[in-house]
Design a binder for this molecule. Sequence first.
Ligand code: FAD
Length: 456
Amino acid sequence: MTFLKELKNVCPNGFLSKKEDLFVYAHDTSQNPEKIILPLAVVFPKNTQEVSDIAKICSKYGISIIPRAQGTNHCGATRPSENSIVIHFSKMNNIIKIDKENLIAIVEPNVVIGDLNKELDKLNLFFPPDPSNLAVSTIGGAIALCAGGPRTFKYGNTKDYIINLEVVLSNGEIIETSKNIAKNVTGYNLTSLFVGSEGTLGLITKATLKLIPKPQTRLLTLCYFDNLIDATKCVNNIINSGFMPSTIDLLDKTTIQTIEKFNPCNLLIDKEAVLLIELDGFKQCVLEELKILESILKDSNASKIIQAKNDEENENIWKTRRSAFSALTQLKPNVITEDIVVPKSKIVDFVYKIQELSKKYNIIAATMGHAGDGNIHPNFALDLNNKAEKENFEKLKDELFYYAISIGATLSGEHGIGTQKKKYLEDVLNKNAHNKMKEIKKIFDSKNILNPGKSI
Ligand SMILES: Cc1cc2nc3c(=O)[nH]c(=O)nc-3n(C[C@H](O)[C@H](O)[C@H](O)COP(=O)(O)OP(=O)(O)OC[C@H]3O[C@@H](n4cnc5c(N)ncnc54)[C@H](O)[C@@H]3O)c2cc1C
């Protein structure tokens, strides 16, 4: 039997191989590939056994496997390579169990983060990782990229909420990395190894998540500044005063103006920067904290401080903030989002560098970021079909990344490496550690068929 026939036998009702269908799966949210590579087929397994059978067949024929959830990653992590198939996990999207007593949830990989939180909300529980596209992005994708979001500052990112994983290896073998139990130091921490591995070490078929009680109250403060330096100094003033807000997000003027035009929520468009500072916890504590916070903000040269009036307004502002990527696509056909983490003391220098390079290469840059973590997202709006603009962007990107590396930055805080940032990897990773990572890859995937060419 040929490879494709064997594959179709595993998923007779979840199999695509027509060229026009395959085209969709040649792309993700990253910039247009130089060369469009179509997978040989796309399969939609319904359970772990089918995933294992697919892996065994691919291993036998030496065909690569590209795991895919919603394809919303920014780094080319789901782009097919030559001689590959795509495993699409969309039929594995069940919340298997929410266990309030033990504070865990067991889910299939394609459960959407926003949907999970709606269910948890009913039980006053909470899964904190909050990528801005949580209305569509999945647990499997978030685990494979170790996604984060504004709340990472207080709550940590995906790696802090994964207790146990069921994983299918490249030869079809099924392993469980730990137990469905809150703490476990028995053997190596295999769970962590798979978090952030970009689908290069195994196929996640089930995940046990750590949950926490939902904070009773959330209070959002918008703090505007007439210059960027004051805004970033304010971040340190907040932290140095012993505060741990759940978010300290920074938006620059271009971002404020663009999102306000696209999805208005009365942001002040004449200001140079705004910090979105959210406090959460018991109401009395939050109200007390707010008083102290306000005095810190005033002492930090805030030019305007505005309080979200209620939960609805709070959520509306976050919705607008989450729409930043879509808003920027109104400016130019393509938007490329970078995800660099700099030491907090270097945020100002880095943001100025983005502005300088944006002028030098005449490319629109809108910068936002999780300033509490030093995780800065410059978004570049451009037309990749315009050759000069594309070349300018490549030069800008190189200059920006090498500058970032020179000030002690790292290449990604939450979006991953994929195919898009591999060029800079050797400048950042310790050489011996990088070699060990390659050896680990060989242990799990000796034929290099799992998402080849991504991450390390
Ligand atoms: C508008 C927008 C806003 C965003 N905001 C944020 C943000 O605030 N924070 C943030 O961290 N990220 C953000 N992202 C990017 C983010 O990385 C992804 O959206 C998300 O984490 C994964 O999305 P996904 O479910 O579409 O997975 P995909 O993009 O399909 O896949 C992501 C990775 O997971 C692997 N994978 C998927 N399923 C499996 C599986 N079952 N087993 C093994 N590997 C698997 C894929 O091979 C790939 O390497 C944003 C993206 C967009 C488009």
